[in-house]
Design a protein around this ligand. Structure first.
Ligand code: FMN
Ligand code: SF4
Ligand code: SF4
Length: 262
């Protein structure tokens, strides 16, 4: 069973590859969240392997993953292996510790955790932008072999450390991540420009229902529910979404194989 969350397709791409490699079904955390289903109960088989695949947001797990785990009930869990695989632009800090703690609080033990560096999608602060094209291409070229190493480590239980903590993890994960969750999320400055053609894709794809739209009008962003997955701004086919002034000169990115918000 593969629980995944993805804003711009990187984590979804990884989740699909893992689904093929381990023959486990995919479950979208965004779909479950959108359905408003609070109690999420899943029945496990004795031989089942459980994966959480998601992006690193501000050196911690994307917050919807935490909310999903808080409501999660794994029936017939008897210690089946549970893996965390996060995708990041550069480094993950203590993301693995935090998801491990959330799972422990539900009586679930994390068997292993891995990270995969993929193209960066964070563009909402000064100094942060998508990767230059050559860096993006290099990262995408390297992903299959890095993922193959993770699959091998899981299959052969090698215990090989394939997780990139990076620098100053205490500062980033223990101090900045809580500030991000408290202050950066839920207040947003998104808006649609005149380039918008009212196709409705952003409203349809937003995992939190933050974007509302009346037919033929511009979309609107509610103030209190955005989780900054950035799917809307990166997938808009008309490049018609901006975030205050900060995004105007920034690039846009989504995984080349995942062509629309999922
Ligand atoms: C709000 C936000 C915060 C991010 N913070 C980090 C970070 O702390 N470290 C990092 O390496 N990448 C960070 N990134 C980049 C993403 O983790 C990376 O691009 C990821 O692969 C995106 O996955 P997705 O396409 O499945 O959404 C951040 C992205 C967003 C949107
Ligand atoms: S995806 Fe872009 S073009 Fe389509 S409604 Fe949203 S802002 Fe407008
Ligand atoms: S408004 Fe945009 S960034 Fe916020 S949760 Fe929805 S799709 Fe993600």
């Amino acid at each position: 069973m593969i629980f995944y969350f993805s804003g711009t397709g990187n984590s979804l791409w990884v989740a699909r590859e893992l689904s093929k490699a381990f023959n486990e079904p995919l479950i979208s955390i965004a779909e479950v969240t959108k359905s408003g289903n609070n109690a999420t109960v899943y029945f496990l088989q004795p031989t089942e392997q459980i994966f959480f695949v998601y992006p690193v947001h501000s050196w911690g797990p994307a917050v919807l993953v935490g909310e999903f785990i808080r409501h999660l009930e794994l029936k017939a869990y008897t210690g089946q292996p549970v893996y965390s695989i996060c995708t990041c632009g550069d480094e993950c800090g203590y993301t693995e510790n935090r998801i491990g703690k959330w799972l422990r609080q539900k009586g679930i033990t994390l068997t292993g955790s891995y990270s995969l560096q993929m193209p960066n999608n964070y563009i909402l602060l000064p100094g942060f932008d998508v990767d230059p094209q050559e860096v993006e291409e290099k990262k995408l070229q390297e992903v299959p072999s890095r993922l193959a190493a993770i699959v091998q480590a899981i299959r052969e239980t090698t215990g090989q450390p394939l997780y990139h903590t990076g620098s100053l993890p205490f500062l980033k994960s223990r101090m900045i991540y809580p500030l991000f969750v408290r202050y950066a999320l839920k207040r947003n400055s998104f808006y649609a420009t005149d380039a918008c053609v009212s196709c409705g894709l952003c409203a349809k794809g937003c995992p939190t229902g933050t974007i509302t739209m009346e037919k033929g009008k511009l979309p609107k962003w509610e103030k209190d529910s955005c989780v900054q997955c950035l799917a809307c701004i990166h997938y808009c086919p008309e490049r018609a979404i901006e975030y205050g002034n900060i995004s105007k000169k920034k690039g846009r990115y989504h995984h080349p194989d995942i062509r629309s918000i999922k």
